[in-house]
Design a protein around this ligand. Structure first.
Ligand code: HEC
Length: 227
């Protein structure tokens, strides 16, 4: 009898001790306290180190974040390829070709067309005639977007279109912040493609590539008949 009546009391003793410890250290879930929480398992939560934006008396200006020494260039950001990044030849003139690291192929022109349609066509129009949708809305432009087929622009080098897309011209702003460098070259190639589509003569088509008359699209046939 004595044995059995003692058993619950003995089992409760450690539980009571644990509850006392928890009450002293943690309090109850949901209860408020002005004190910082007890951080039993520290892991690496508290370290002697400077965190971003923190004050640190070690430096005279008190800032933990240091400025890189003047002239520092992040890896991969040197941009010393003048042709690729500035559209220039070594003598400083505008280059009239794609940078050697890029290849003129169907993929590049498709890319150029897609990027042109996003970034340039709203003003210059799908075909480059300077009649994009923004010119028909919102009260008009003080300066009309250029017609990319105008005689003055046709002799310009490929690098010129890259340069204008990069830095802007007159009232047009540059797009180097929005359009990656190789996409700006792809756009330049597409602008040239739009121009050539209006000026090319049959004799410009390389021998062996001329479409046979039977392969002409129906619209071409119609145009031909009207001429
Ligand atoms: C927000 C409208 C707008 C967008 C978008 C725009 N342009 Fe223009 N662009 C203009 C205007 C306006 C002019 C005429 C600027 C002037 O004469 O002051 C112009 C002029 C030009 C010219 C002629 C420069 C010269 O020598 O007179 C070229 C080339 C050109 N843009 C290419 C582009 C290309 C490539 C893109 C896309 C990356 C583009 N533009 C995007 C408005 C735009």
């Amino acid at each position: 009898m004595t044995l059995t009546s003692n058993r619950p009391a003995r089992a409760a003793a450690p539980l009571l001790a644990l509850a006392a410890v928890m009450a002293a250290t943690g309090g109850c879930r949901g209860s408020r306290s002005e004190d910082p929480p007890v951080h039993l398992q520290q892991n690496m939560d508290f370290q002697e180190r400077g965190d971003a934006q923190e004050y640190n008396g070690f430096f005279a200006d008190g800032r933990v974040m240091r400025k890189p020494p003047q002239g520092t260039v992040a890896v991969g950001f040197l941009k010393d390829d003048d042709h690729l990044y500035r559209g220039r030849n070594l003598d400083g003139t505008l280059a009239d070709a794609l940078p050697p690291s890029m290849k003129l192929d169907e993929k590049l022109l498709n890319r150029g067309e897609a990027r042109y349609n996003i970034y340039c066509a709203p003003c210059h129009g799908d075909t480059g005639h300077g009649d994009g949708p923004v010119t028909r809305r919102g009260g008009g432009f003080s300066v009309q977007p250029a017609n990319l087929h105008m005689a003055r622009l046709l002799p310009e080098s490929l690098g010129y279109y890259f340069h204008v897309a990069t830095n802007g011209k007159g009232k047009m702003r540059g797009y180097k912040a929005q359009i990656p460098v190789e996409d700006r070259w792809a756009i330049a190639a597409w602008v040239r493609t739009l121009q050539v589509s209006h000026t090319a003569k049959a004799s410009d088509i390389p021998a062996g590539n001329a479409p046979s008359p039977s392969a002409a699209a129906p619209t071409d046939t119609k145009k031909g008949a009207a001429q």
